[in-house]
Design a protein around this ligand. Structure first.
Ligand code: MG
Length: 378
């Protein structure tokens, strides 16, 4: 089901201690905001708007570097103002579901989203909620007094609504500052459904919450290195594909796919970072489906597997080994092509070339070889 998302990331987060507001802090190497944005984009969000405070656009751009499918909008003085600003920035069908999410809840998953969208089908709003497990006490003049907890729930986010109904409810809202969005829909007479809450949807509020979240996130992330090697034989032809760039040449490389040895070596390097075998395991040469295939898709498949693990490519470095064609005139185009395929800034992409001084199979012009290294943070 198609849905859009507003993430509220405009808060100052002062209760979490000094330093950057909590949505910009790192959790296992990724900003708190990035956790939610990645998860919600992966869950299929059609459009995602991040509401930030004044000057927060550059923080968001930095925190979400390399991700596409999101925009930022300046929020307001209060959470409700930020939600309103985010809603106004969403396009698409007015009655499409919209999820409103707190940036400070980083561990949202596609499963949470699916449950919310299903529950929304029969209600005006849906939210994940946990029963109150602790005994509740109220402070009174006489000391602490026990308060019944039966029927009480802890509301979490994301919360799901039809966008037009949520906007109308906000327009009709005359109360003070609501602490969540379901409250506004309730006040407008809407029925709010409940999905299973999840302790993992906890809101990071205090400094000690970050310590626990860091442990839940798998602790400090590690850097992993993968390497790849490939070679193809020269044969009759008029052009060759290398690192995703077509180069006019008096021969071509022979292979089942487009024989782009540069992309093949790099694909193997990426697969190597996560122990996912080699290119032949994922795209068997015996499968006619890959005959003549552009190797772009092999590389993007490997990058997708890295991303699915929560991995982030740090840098890649490819060396092409041949006497001909001359690589240098095409090196920049190759770097730009790899940067586009991997969604990485140019300075994290290196393409180099060498001859073997006429020695060996590359030196005799029998074939071309490529090797690659990739570093990934997982
Ligand atoms: Mg190959």
């Amino acid at each position: 089901m198609r849905f859009s998302v507003v993430i509220v990331a405009a808060g100052g987060g002062t209760r979490a201690g000094p330093g950057l507001a909590k949505q910009w802090r790192l959790l296992a190497g990724r900003s708190v905001l990035r956790w939610s944005v990645q998860a919600l984009l992966a869950a299929g969000a059609r459009e995602l708007v991040v509401a930030v405070s004044e000057g927060g656009e550059s923080l968001a751009a930095n925190a979400l570097r390399g991700l596409s499918g999101w925009t930022s909008v300046q929020g307001g003085a209060t959470r409700a103002d930020s939600v309103r600003a985010g809603l106004a920035a969403i396009s698409g069908p007015a009655d499409e579901p919209v999820l409103i999410h707190d940036a400070a809840r980083p561990f949202v998953t596609a499963g949470h989203v699916t449950a919310l969208l299903e529950a929304l089908a029969g209600a005006d709003g849906a939210l994940p909620a946990l029963p109150v497990a602790d005994t509740l006490k109220r402070e009174a003049d006489s000391g602490l007094v026990t308060t019944p907890r039966e029927g009480l729930w802890r509301a979490q986010t994301p919360q799901a609504f039809r966008r037009d109904r949520l906007i109308a409810a906000y327009d009709a809202w005359t109360g003070g500052e609501p602490t969540d969005d379901a409250q506004v829909v309730e006040a407008a007479g809407g029925r709010v459904a409940r999905t299973a809450g999840d302790p993992m949807l906890m809101k990071l509020t205090y400094a000690e919450d970050f310590e626990m979240a860091e442990r839940l996130a798998g602790g400090p992330r590690m850097t992993r290195i993968g390497q790849g090697f490939d070679a193809h034989r020269w044969g009759p032809g008029e052009a060759v594909w290398l690192c995703g760039v077509r180069i006019d040449h008096d021969q071509t490389l022979i292979g089942h796919s487009d024989a782009d040895a540069g992309l093949h070596a790099l694909t193997d390097a990426l697969l190597g970072t996560i122990g996912e075998g080699d290119i032949g395991d994922h795209f068997p040469p015996s499968d006619p489906m890959w005959k003549g295939a552009s190797s772009d898709r092999f590389l993007q498949h490997a990058a997708g597997l890295v991303a699915a693990r929560g991995g982030r490519i740090i840098n890649v470095d490819v060396t092409l080994i041949c006497e001909q064609p001359k690589i240098k005139p095409h090196r920049q185009a190759m770097r730009e092509r790899l940067a586009a395929l991997l969604d990485l800034p140019l300075d994290r992409i290196s393409v180099k070339a060498t001859t073997t001084e006429k020695m060996g199979f590359t030196g005799r012009g029998e074939g071309l070889a490529a090797q690659a290294v990739a570093a990934v943070e997982v």
